[in-house]
Ligand binder design. Structure first.
Ligand code: NAP
Length: 310
């Protein structure tokens, strides 16, 4: 028996859509790329619309949309797709606010549609083995260092500096998506410092202190001004040794020995999960990384930083 493929539309044809979504879809025969929605770009051989409204009003049939825009327009687009009976995959962060993601969760549930909040870093190869290794260990301290050069990784992405664009939390939320998956207990913010350039709305650097339910300290340094070696590292001290996830979770080290390294398959993992959710008439909505970011914006002390000019 041949199963129907999921006819999917990509909305927003920017960096992540081209780098990751298109190859992942091309490599998964459960999906058929049925349309592109982009104000500025199209793809040979694929139906193209400049607005989601126009796609939904057309005779191009789709089952699902994958939203690859920045977070600010995400809720409007997702709500429109759900209202039209389409399953929805949300890039990270799943929205600009927690409330709007809750609205989407309720809307999808009421209509029996799939909604997926994706956290691609959780599909990095070291993450699940780290979670298993940590599950029955005594954790003493956690240190996160997520430091990258915004000029290299986010050229021209003005939305990142606008309200709702998250600034340095745009990559930092990936670290939070990993620790919310691998640590065995909930944790919460105790203090934060947010460095906001005088000409921007979002932080360029942040220092965060958390504590978990039994008092384990968790610190995070997010930096958008890192030049030279970049770091996307998480170190977890335990009574059985130091676990380190480096390169965004693609390498796992224990006490300095490389235990695991595997090629990137994060987006293949996301689309595999999405296909299973659609087939199982289920949703996966987890806002815990975004909740920590919201807490930082609630509790964090603002420091004015020098103007950022790209
Ligand atoms: P990007 O290169 O700026 O692309 C975003 C695309 O969204 C734009 O090309 C634009 O495409 C479309 N868009 C629709 N409404 C928009 C609006 N109001 N403002 C700006 N663009 C709008 O950004 P990106 O790096 O692909 O990031 C998109 C999302 O993916 C973000 O939430 C980001 O956190 C996430 N993400 C990015 C990366 C990465 O490495 N870059 C990695 C993982 C996740 P059209 O011209 O096609 O309409």
């Amino acid at each position: 028996m041949t199963r129907n493929r999921i006819r999917i539309a990509l909305v927003g044809l920017g960096k992540i859509a081209r780098d990751q979504h298109l190859p992942a879809l091309a490599g998964d025969n459960r999906f058929e790329l049925a349309a592109i929605v982009s104000r500025n770009a199209d793809l040979d051989g694929v139906a193209h619309f400049t607005a989601l409204e126009d796609l939904l009003a057309s005779d191009v049939s789709i089952d699902a949309v994958s939203l690859c825009t920045p977070p600010q327009p995400r809720h409007r687009l997702a709500h429109m797709a759900l209202a039209a009976g389409k399953h929805v995959m949300l890039e990270k962060p799943p929205g600009a606010t927690l409330s709007e993601v809750e609205d989407l969760r309720l809307t999808a549930a009421a209509r029996g549609l799939t909604l997926q909040t994706t956290w691609h870093s959780r599909h990095a190869p070291g993450v699940e083995p780290a979670r298993v290794w940590l599950a029955d260990r005594t954790i003493q301290a956690v240190r996160i260092a997520w430091k990258e050069d915004v000029r290299v990784w986010h050229p021209g992405q003005d939305w990142i500096w606008e309200a709702g664009g998250l600034g340095v939390f745009d990559p930092g939320i990936n670290a939070l998506s990993i620790v919310t998956r691998i640590l065995p207990r909930p944790f919460f913010l105790t203090q934060a410092v947010l460095h906001v350039p005088e000409n921007r709305q979002s932080p360029i650097q942040a220092e965060l202190d958390f504590v978990d339910a039994v008092g384990v300290p968790i610190t995070a340094e997010f930096d958008f001004l890192q030049t030279g070696p970049q770091s996307w590292d998480i170190e977890i001290e335990t009574t059985d040794g130091l676990l380190k996830l480096s390169h965004g979770g693609s390498k796992l080290w224990i006490d300095g020995a490389l235990i695991l390294e595997a090629p990137d398959a994060e987006y293949a993992g996301l689309y595999d999960a999405f296909a299973q959710l659609v087939e199982g008439h289920a949703s996966d909505v987890d806002v815990s990384p975004l909740r920590h970011v919201a807490d930082a914006f609630l509790l964090g002390r603002r420091v004015v930083a020098p103007a950022f000019v790209e």
